[in-house]
Design a protein around this ligand. Structure first.
Ligand SMILES: [Fe+2]
Ligand SMILES: [Fe+2]
Ligand SMILES: [Fe+2]
Length: 416
C-alpha cells in the first residue's frame, strides 16, 4: 500500500545541503555561498523567478557527489585539479533518476566544465547556462574563501580581475558580465560573510514548496544520502543501507505496520548522515581513538538530528535516527533521555546499528560472526542498555539478521 506524506521539498533540499556542507569541516558554507552567487548572477541576467529558484537549489546541492573531506578541501582551495570531474559524475548518477531532483542532474554533471568545452556539448541551452553559472559561482567562492571574516571588500577587485583572466576559456561572456555587474556593489561581498549568508538562505526558504510524495519517494532521497554517507569510508560501505534493511526486517518481525516499517527504513538510511562532518582520517584511523577524536565522532548523531528535524513532515524520523546511540540506562549519547522516551522505532534502529557495525570490519578490529554478535547484544541487555524484546527477535533469527546486515543489496531499495 502506498502512503502519501506532505513534505516541503525546498526545506528538505536545504536541510540535506546542510549535510553536504558538513563535509567541509572548516568551510561549512560552500553550497550556500555558491547558491547565493548563482542567484545574484541570475538576477543580473534577468532570469525569471523559477530559474532563480532552480539555481538556488542546484547551488545548494551541486557537490552532492562529494563525501570525502579530502575532496572537499580541493574544491575550496584549488581552481583546477586532477579528477575534479569525478564528483560531478557521482552527483549526476545519484540524482538523475529521482524525479524531484532529476532536472538538476545535467547542470551538476557539467558544473566543472569550462565554457570552451561546454558550448559544443549536446545539451539544452538552459542546462548549459545553469551549469556555467554554477561553475562561475563555485570558482568565485574558491577565490574568495581565504578572505571571509578578514578583508573580503579589499580583495573584491582582485577576485574580479582573476575571473576576467580565466575569462572566455571558463565562462560564457554574458555570465562574466552578469557577475562583474553584481560584484560592483560592496553588499554583494558583505552578504557572503558567515553571519549574513544564512539570512539570504532563510529568506529564500520562506517560499515553501510543499509536495505530496510517497514514502517510496522519500526513501529514494534517503537512499541517495545513505550512498553519500556510506561512500565516506571503505570501512562503512553499505553500513546505512544494511542498517536500514535490518531495521526493516526486525520491525516487520516485531509486527509493526507496513508504513511504520517503511519509515524505520528511511530513518535507518539517514541515521549516520551527521557522520559527513567527521574528517576522513578519524574514520579511517587504524588504532585507538584519542579522547578528542572520540568526542568528534560522538557528535554525529546530534548532527543527524539537527539536519533532519528541519524538514517538516520528517519529525518522527529525525528523532528515531538521532537517538540511535542512546541507551535505555542513559549511558548513551547525546541526549540521554529516560528509557520511556525512547520509542520502539528508535530502539530497533539502535540495535540494527550495533549488529551491522559488529558484522563489519573496522580499522581497529575484525568482523564478528552472528553468535558473537548475539552474545554481545545479550550482555548489553543485561547492563540495561538496549531493549530485551528486540534482542530476543535477533537471537531467534541470528543467521537471517547476519545475512541481511552483510548483504550488498542497494538495488533492492530502489524497488522496495
Ligand atoms: Fe564541485
Ligand atoms: Fe552512528
Ligand atoms: Fe551507524
Amino acid at each position: 500500500m502506498t502512503q502519501n506524506i506532505t513534505i516541503d521539498i525546498r526545506k528538505a533540499v536545504m536541510a540535506l545541503s546542510d549535510a553536504l556542507d558538513l563535509v567541509g569541516i572548516d568551510e561549512v558554507q560552500h553550497g550556500k555561498r555558491v547558491a547565493y552567487i548563482a542567484v545574484q548572477c541570475a538576477l543580473k541576467l534577468g532570469l525569471d523567478e523559477e530559474s532563480c529558484n532552480e539555481l538556488f537549489e542546484i547551488g545548494l546541492i551541486h557537490d552532492i557527489g562529494v563525501s570525502e573531506t579530502s575532496v572537499h578541501k580541493h574544491l575550496i582551495e584549488n581552481f583546477e585539479w586532477d579528477d575534479e570531474n569525478k564528483h560531478c559524475h557521482v552527483g549526476f548518477e545519484l540524482i538523475k533518476d529521482y524525479p524531484p531532483l532529476a532536472e538538476y542532474a545535467y547542470p551538476i554533471l557539467y558544473h566543472h566544465t569550462p565554457w570552451e568545452k561546454l558550448k559544443d556539448i549536446k545539451l539544452t541551452s538552459r542546462h548549459k547556462r545553469f551549469a556555467n553559472i554554477i561553475h562561475l559561482a563555485d570558482k568565485v567562492n574558491v577565490l574568495a574563501a581565504p578572505y571571509y571574516g578578514a578583508n573580503i571588500l579589499e580583495k573584491s577587485d582582485h577576485i574580479c580581475a582573476q575571473v576576467e583572466r580565466y575569462g572566455l576559456k571558463h565562462f560564457n561572456p554574458s555570465i562574466i558580465q552578469a557577475f562583474l555587474s553584481a560584484a560592483q556593489s560592496p553588499a554583494f561581498w558583505i552578504a557572503m560573510e558567515s553571519k549574513y549568508i544564512y539570512n539570504f538562505i532563510s529568506d529564500r526558504c520562506l517560499v515553501s514548496k510543499p509536495m505530496i510524495v510517497t514514502l517510496e519517494d522519500i526513501q529514494f532521497l534517503a537512499h541517495i544520502f545513505a550512498v553519500i554517507v556510506d561512500a565516506k569510508s571503505k570501512f562503512t560501505s553499505e553500513h546505512s543501507i544494511n542498517v536500514a534493511e535490518l531495521s526493516y526486517y526486525i520491525s516487520e518481525t516485531y509486527g509493526l505496520s507496513v508504513s511504520v516499517c517503511k519509515k524505520i527504513k528511511i530513518a535507518g538510511l539517514l541515521h549516520d548522515i551527521g557522520k559527513l562532518r567527521i574528517p576522513d582520517e578519524i574514520l579511517e584511523k587504524n588504532g585507538l581513538l584519542s579522547s578528542t577524536e572520540r568526542a568528534i565522532i560522538n557528535q554525529h548523531s546530534f548532527e543527524t538530528y539537527e539536519i533532519l528535524r528541519k524538514i517538516p513532515g520528517l519529525e518522527e524520523i529525525a528523532e528515531w535516527a538521532g537517538y540511535h546511540h542512546e541507551k535505555l540506562n542513559q549511558t548513551g549519547y547525546p541526549f540521554q533521555p529516560h528509557a520511556e522516551k525512547i520509542s520502539i522505532e528508535a530502539r530497533i534502529i539502535a540495535i540494527a546499528d550495533i549488529f551491522q557495525a559488529l558484522a563489519q570490519k573496522r580499522p581497529y578490529r575484525k568482523s564478528l560472526g552472528p553468535k558473537e554478535i548475539v552474545s554481545i547484544l545479550k550482555e548489553m541487555v543485561e547492563k540495561g542498555e538496549i531493549d530485551e524484546m528486540i534482542v530476543s527477535i535477533v537471537e531467534e533469527n541470528p543467521e537471517e539478521c547476519y545475512k541481511i546486515s552483510t548483504a550488498h543489496q542497494s538495488e533492492k531499495y530502489l524497488k522496495a
